[in-house]
Design a protein. Structure first.
Length: 300
């Protein structure tokens, strides 16, 4: 069972359930956390609560594809884990060594270390949903999407659901100096999540999600890659534990768990491209790519 937010006829957002047969059922809540809270009060799982709500209910006339979707949750914070897949480690090493790959780097060390890399990625205002544009950073010449499995957490670190995420990244800025990581990762519209939240109760094995990332230029496919969460080096609960360690979590926090698909080293995103990130049982997160004008008007 998947949960979505869509724009209703009044111009506000409503919550709905997307059943396995792709039919859409309205839910009497404004957001995902209200649904979770109601299930807790009823002392049942969110999945059982949704099943009770839609039992005997007629689905919407509109299909899932006809709805104008918003972010499935207004996450107060989005965090991300890095170098959790071998493919990611290899890509980071390539950046850090200018493609020489002739020495061990700190990325090798963090890949094997007990402590994972976890960094702050986004806020609700910087995060976009399905079909909304992700922006290119104006001072980078090497930018890519990073398709990732997102964990939707409560304040105690419990996984409430799963979503797809796009951790937009500037490979040249990060490769120039690891201390530039926040600038390589965080800017306006640099994070996308969606299209839905797959309830955690409905997932038997989170280590068996299939990934696909496709990038289109003038609607011609120019990049495609696939992977599976079986390739994840770390345990998901391990990543959550480190995020929560000596830290306050907020209900609805999203943790992106690392990328397993990296476009070819010679590739960079351009204005007008379109990114599709598909995760089995969740769906496809689609976002157009746009440039933005730098707010820096003169050298300081």
């Amino acid at each position: 069972m998947r949960i979505l937010r869509y724009k209703n006829n009044e111009g506000t957002y409503s919550l709905a359930a997307l059943a396995n047969d792709e039919r859409v059922y309205d839910l009497p809540y404004a957001d995902f956390l209200e649904l979770v809270s109601a299930a807790e009060k009823a002392e049942i799982t969110p999945l059982n609560h949704v099943q009770e709500l839609i039992a005997g209910q007629e689905p919407q006339n509109a299909t899932f594809g006809e709805l104008e979707l918003g972010v499935p949750i207004l996450a107060p914070e989005v965090w991300a884990a890095g170098v959790t897949y071998e493919k990611s480690k290899e890509a980071r090493n390539y950046e850090a060594t200018d493609g020489k790959l002739d020495a061990e780097t700190f990325y090798d060390k963090v890949y094997d270390a007990e402590r994972p890399e976890i960094f702050f990625k986004s806020t609700a205002a910087r995060t976009v949903g399905p079909d909304q544009p992700v922006y290119l950073r104006s001072d980078s010449n090497w930018q890519i999407p990073e398709p990732e499995l997102g964990l939707v957490l409560d304040k105690n670190g419990k996984v409430l659901g799963y979503t797809a995420g796009n951790d937009m990244s500037c490979r040249d800025i990060e490769g120039e100096n690891p201390l530039y990581l926040p600038q390589a990762k965080v800017w306006k519209n640099s994070c996308a999540i969606g299209p839905v939240i797959l309830l955690a109760d409905a997932v038997e094995d989170p280590y068996d999600f299939d990934f696909a990332c496709r990038i289109y230029r003038r609607e011609e496919k120019v990049v495609e890659g696939t992977a599976n969460t079986k390739q994840l080096k770390r345990r998901l609960d391990e990543l959550v534990d480190y995020l929560a360690k000596d830290n306050d979590l907020f209900d609805g926090t999203v943790l992106l768990t690392g990328t397993c698909i990296v476009p070819p080293n010679e590739f960079t995103l351009q204005d007008g491209d379109r990114i599709e990130i598909e995760i089995s049982s969740i769906g496809t997160l689609n976002n157009p790519v746009k440039t933005q004008k730098s707010k820096i008007t003169a050298a300081r």
